[in-house]
Design a protein around this ligand. Structure first.
Ligand SMILES: [Fe+2]
Length: 310
C-alpha cells in the first residue's frame, strides 16, 4: 500500500492545560478546530479545546494536526497516516487483513471525530493504534500567530520515533505491509540500532528504536522553514525553564539542525530545520554516531525514563 505521510497524531496526556500552554507558548502551535465543536466557532474562542476535553493544535491549513486527550497515563493514543482516497483506503484495509492484522473501516461518527472523509483502524505489532484516512478538513488563509512556519505539505506533519520491543516484527509491518522503505540506521550500542523509514521525500516519517524491551513513543518531530525559528523556539524553551533532553545539534543522517524538549506528558518534541529529502533512487545506509555535533544530554537514562512513561 502507499501511505502518503503522517497526517496527525493523538497523545494521551494527564494535564491537557499544561500541554495547551506548552504547545502554544513554547512550540508556537496555534489552536486547531476541535472536530466536535461547531464548524463556525473560531478555534481561537475555545483555545483549541474540544467538548470532549481534548486540546487540538494546527500548524498549517489542516483544521488540526495534534490532539492531546485527557488520560491517567501518558503515551501515544493514535497515529493518523494519510492515503490517497476511498479506493486506496479499501485496498489498504484489505491488505492489512490479508497480512494478518485486523482492520476495520470507521463509520460516519468516527470520521467526524477526526474531521476526515474516510477512516480505518488497525494496530502495529507494538500495539500502537494506527488510523488510515483520506480527505482531511482544511481551511484557507492560515498564518501562524507566532512567526513559525511548519514544513508539511507533501512531506506530512513530521516524524515520530517509536520504541519497539520486537524490532523485526515492527520493521516488517511498516515496510512489507504499510509500504515504508528503510532510509538508514544508526549503531547505538551492542545489538542496539535506531532505524529510519520513509514513505515520501521526508528523510523519515517513522523511526523505530531497537534499544529497549518495551513499546512506546520517544519523540515527535516538527520541521520549520527557517533556522531562526528553531533558535527562537530554543530561546522560549530556555526562558520557560523546560527540560532540554538534547541540545542543539545536526544529525548525521537527515542533517536536521534540531533540539529536543520534554513535553508536559514526557513525550519529547524535536523542533528542527534543514533536513535532507530522499528520492526513489535512495538506497539504505548504515551509520555510526548519530550526530555531527551537539545533542548533548540524550543519555541512556533519559531514554529509559521517557520509554517508561510511554
Ligand atoms: Fe527525530
Amino acid at each position: 500500500m502507499e501511505i502518503l505521510g503522517l497526517g496527525y497524531v493523538g497523545l494521551d496526556v494527564p494535564d491537557t492545560e499544561a500541554w495547551l500552554a506548552f504547545g502554544r507558548d513554547i512550540l508556537g502551535l496555534d489552536p486547531g478546530r476541535a472536530p466536535d465543536r461547531d464548524a463556525y466557532l473560531p478555534a481561537s474562542e475555545t483555545e483549541g479545546r474540544g467538548a470532549n476535553g481534548a486540546v487540538y493544535f494546527r500548524v498549517d491549513d489542516w483544521s488540526w494536526r495534534l490532539a492531546l486527550h485527557p488520560a491517567a497515563a501518558p503515551g501515544l493514543r493514535y497515529m493518523g497516516f494519510e492515503v490517497a482516497g476511498p479506493l486506496e483506503l479499501d485496498a489498504a484495509l484489505a491488505e492489512l487483513e490479508a497480512a494478518g492484522f485486523p482492520a476495520r473501516r470507521g463509520d460516519a461518527a468516527e470520521c467526524a471525530a477526526r474531521a476526515v472523509s474516510g477512516i480505518g483502524f488497525t494496530q502495529d505489532p507494538g500495539g500502537h493504534a494506527i488510523e488510515l484516512f483520506y480527505g482531511p478538513l482544511v481551511t484557507n488563509g492560515y498564518r501562524n500567530s507566532r512567526g513559525m512556519e511548519f514544513l508539511t505539505g507533501a512531506l506530512g506533519l513530521g516524524h515520530i520515533n517509536l520504541f519497539a520491543a520486537d524490532y523485526a516484527r515492527s520493521a516488517d509491518f511498516y515496510t512489507r505491509t504499510l509500504g515504508f522503505r528503510l532510509t538508514d540506521s544508526y549503531h547505538v550500542g551492542p545489538d542496539q540500532t535506531v532505524n529510519f523509514f520513509h514513505t515520501n521525500p521526508r528523510h523519515h516519517t517513522v523511526g523505530i528504536m531497537q534499544i529497549a524491551p518495551f513499546d512506546g513513543v520517544h519523540h515527535l518531530m516538527l520541521e520549520v522553514t527557517e533556522l531562526d525559528m528553531v533558535g527562537q523556539a530554543y530561546d522560549r524553551v530556555i526562558a520557560a525553564g523546560c527540560r532540554i533532553t538534547a541540545s542543539l545539534s545536526r544529525h548525521s543522517n537527515d542533517r536536521i539542525v534540531s533540539f529536543y524538549v520534554e513535553s508536559p506528558s514526557g513525550v519529547e518534541v524535536e523542533i528542527g530545520w534543514g533536513a535532507i529529502t530522499v528520492g526513489p533512487d535512495w538506497t539504505p545506509k548504515y551509520r555510526g554516531p548519530g550526530d555531527i555535533w551537539g545533542h548533548h544530554g540524550l543519555t541512556a537514562e533519559s531514554i529509559e525514563q521517557t520509554g517508561g512513561r510511554a
